[in-house]
Design a protein around this ligand. Structure first.
Ligand code: SF4
Length: 415
């Protein structure tokens, strides 16, 4: 019997493309094995197969290192696809139309799939316009990806609410009594009273299908007014039942971030802060200056939920601050470690001359004492960074690691 090895490089949820490939090869009588790529460094253990297929969803350093390790192991015997590798390469239409093989992941919590694909907007940080093109209805129906006894459905549609026939799709979800996770968030600009009334009849659920939750996104302060205009519609989804995903670190200044985050706090919406993960050819384009308002106002913000996630944004701010001014801003550091990881604060307290209470004073021409020794202790590669930029950028990039924190930005689920 022939064997195909399917390599999942970085999926956070079962990889839909690999599950369809699994169906395809099982239908042809092949043995199918799934391997989740475990390591970024070192030689990848080789597994025997007649065919090796890999999927990379993300274009991150980690994903690329894993992919490289696979290619080093299998050479031209492995074929790679996925958004993290190519935006053009796609499953053939006949394979794309197959029912996913959920047994590949031994997965039964929910079904996942698309009803529509694409989006007519052109947000620069998003792969959808280049990968999927304009919004269109696919031939798919729920029966093409939802097993008969499955009630939980994770939808991967890019901009479902913008689809002109979305009302009939929402009615179908109601009729089928599905619990639905709108994993890619809904576009508030298309939330009308009629659509909101239909959505309220759906059992909208979190990604774990453990609590009622509906998702929107707020990526630019200029769209704040959509949330203000629809405040009553949002409130009707229920207290603590609306999460709003906010991308940061792409092209917004501190004050633009503040306007968005402050609005969420004011409207009692649950924020989810998500650092921009670079897509191929689109580096972050933060405005200069980024710090364009009183930082203390941002630091004083508090949220009723997702505190750890908020601290991630603050840690990102902390890195940016050090990079731009050559010191850590003490009030910011103290807020970051106020509730969680309190013991990490000591790392900063031990380096008192790396911190300042003077907001926005530029110290870049006078690296903090001990910076050279600190970097020297981390290895020769990092000393090169010290020589290149007084060590400021180098320290900013690694301080989370040095302080014992992992930098693990969360990401939008995708396939
Ligand atoms: S972020 Fe959303 S609205 Fe913007 S292009 Fe991507 S799918 Fe469309």
């Amino acid at each position: 019997m022939k064997r195909v090895i399917l390599h999942d490089i970085d999926s956070h949820i079962p990889n839909l493309a690999l599950m369809k490939l699994s169906t395809h090869y099982r239908n042809r009588g092949w043995e199918v094995r799934l391997l989740r790529v475990p390591r970024a460094k070192g030689k990848h253990p080789a597994f025997e197969g007649d065919l090796h297929l890999a999927s990379a969803v993300f274009f991150t350093d980690v994903s690329r290192a894993r992919l490289q390790a696979l290619q080093d192991t299998y050479g031209n015997r492995i074929e790679v696809g996925g958004s993290g590798f190519s935006l053009e390469k796609r499953l053939s239409p006949d394979i794309d139309a197959l029912f996913p093989d959920y047994s590949l992941y031994d997965h039964s919590l929910y079904a996942l799939g698309f009803l529509t694909r694409g989006c007519n907007k052109r947000c620069s940080f998003c792969v959808v316009p280049a990968k999927e093109g304009r919004l269109k209805r696919l031939a798919y129906s729920f029966d093409d990806f939802v097993p008969p006894n499955q009630r939980n459905v994770m939808l991967l549609d890019d901009n479902l609410l913008a689809f002109s026939g979305v009302e009939s799709l929402l009615e179908e979800m109601i009729r089928r009594r599905y619990a639905v996770n709108f994993s890619q968030t809904l576009d508030i600009a298309y939330l009308s009273e009629e659509k909101a009334a239909l959505l309220r009849q759906i059992d909208y659920q979190s990604a774990r299908f453990s609590n009622r939750m509906i998702y929107f996104s707020l990526n630019y302060a200029r769209t704040n007014h959509h949330f203000a205009d629809r405040r009553d519609l949002l409130r009707a989804f229920g207290e603590d039942c609306v999460t709003v995903v906010c991308i940061y670190g792409f092209d917004t200044s501190l004050s633009e971030d503040y306007q968005r985050f402050h609005l969420l706090r004011r409207f009692r919406l649950i924020p989810f802060f998500q650092e921009y993960w670079p897509i191929r050819g689109v580096p972050s384009r933060l405005p200069a200056p980024f710090f364009d308002m009183d930082l203390k106002l941002m630091i004083r913000l508090t949220f009723r939920a997702n505190g750890y996630n908020w601290e991630k944004y603050l840690r990102w701010l902390n890195r940016r601050y050090f990079e731009e001014f050559g010191r850590f801003y003490r009030p910011l550091v103290e807020v970051i470690f106020r509730y969680n990881y309190k013991h990490r604060l000591q790392w900063y307290l031990d380096r008192a001359d790396w911190m300042t209470d003077e907001m926005y004073r530029d110290f870049r021409d006078s690296p903090p004492g001990g910076a050279r020794t600190f970097l020297a202790g981390l290895g020769t590669g990092r000393q090169a960074g010290l020589q290149a930029s007084n060590g400021i950028r180098e320290i900013a990039a690694i301080f989370d690691e040095a302080a014992g924190m992992n930098s693990d930005p969360l990401t939008r689920a995708s396939v």
